[in-house]
Design a protein around this ligand. Sequence first.
Ligand code: ADP
Length: 444
Amino acid sequence: MTKRIFRSVCIAAIGIFLASTAVMMVVLYEYFSDMQMNRLRLQTELAAQGTANEGIDYFTDLDAGLYRITWVGPDGSVLYETGSDSTSMDSHLEREEIRQALEYGYGESIRYSDTLTKRLFYAAKKLPDGSVLRLADMQYTVWVLFWGIMDKILIVAALAVGFSLALALRLSKSIVKPLNNLNLDEPAVNTVYPEIRPLLGRISSQQKQLQQQAGQLRQALELRREFTANVSHELKSPLHSISGYAELLKEGIVKQEDIPQFSERIYSEAQRMITLVEDIISLSHLDEGGEDFQRKTVDLYALTESVVQRLQPEARAAKINLSFKGCGAELYGVPQLLGGIIFNLCDNAIKYNHENGDVRVEITDDKNHILLTVTDTGIGIPEEYQERIFERFYRVDKSHSKEVGGTGLGLSIVKHAARFHNAGIELSSTPGIGTTVTVRFPKM
Ligand code: ADP
């Protein structure tokens, strides 16, 4: 950056110097040309008066200085010219200034020499006798003048370039130094250049965003780590049980009459593992955004009825009265996920209930929503746990959950599946009285 600023300042300084030198040259040249022309006019006027008064005698011993004086007769013949033999000169009638003077009394013209190195100014004045007196003055063209003072211009240019280089170096360093010292850990506290405040503001907000993202990432990694630890732990206990029972059977230690009981335990532990793996698969699909799921029109009433039917044997075994009522309600969603919501809510309502308790499942609708409500008369959930039970593997009473075959993932699946359908969940529960969970689906 220092180099770029340095180069830019140098180029600008040299460019400005050259341009201003050229402009100054032209302006001064024009100014001095005007002065020279004015002087020529005055001298022509004076010489014309002298010639009118004294005739050819006026030129005797006249010191014309740098001027060339020509006296032209009314017919164009040269009567006198300083330093030349007038008799051998051709007619001057066609000269511009002579023509003007003969016609209007006074004439002027400017002509370049053949080599274009000189400019010649002419002023001519008609005398009372009809002759014309002309004065000529010479000036070198601007290029010749420029060339003539080239050595001086080069010296000044070298000085200007040297000065510009030194200045550019200092300037670029002094511009860059505060930038290098910027406190990028806290961009907003820098007050160096007001011009870069928007940039620092953007850096600051990007940093905040990055910090936020890093925090979220850390949280996600922590959750994933916890989840993996939980999964391995949850899989390990049924596997140990299965392995232990199988070993006893293999060693022939188990009495013949106890074999069905051991087989049943192996079967139920294996079932628990299958349920856990299925729950993990469902959750990981939902975590990935549920892109694999196919939505279609689902009759929530019919779907709930079939899930309730499937759970009736479990309810009967637990001596729970499971009932269902409602109205036809169509949703645009994923049957598998909707089935998961209904199953997990009803399953929990049965599992965490008392003997002879009730579970009521209902489908209703209001203007904008279809509502699935599962009410039980079970053990209820203390208020402090009501939010946490939707976390993965969170159980209010771990041993009770395991006893009834819970994986700790059911309500997590409900939460994610509901979110997938833009549905809200409401939970109200009183320990010892029961729990009501309502899922509020937006209508199609
Ligand atoms: P689990 O597989 O253990 O049932 P869930 O995620 O479905 O896992 O539920 C988490 C915890 O919430 C349960 O372990 C239980 O303690 C509590 N819970 C869920 N539903 C109910 C309910 N209807 N009544 C009482 N407690 C419940």
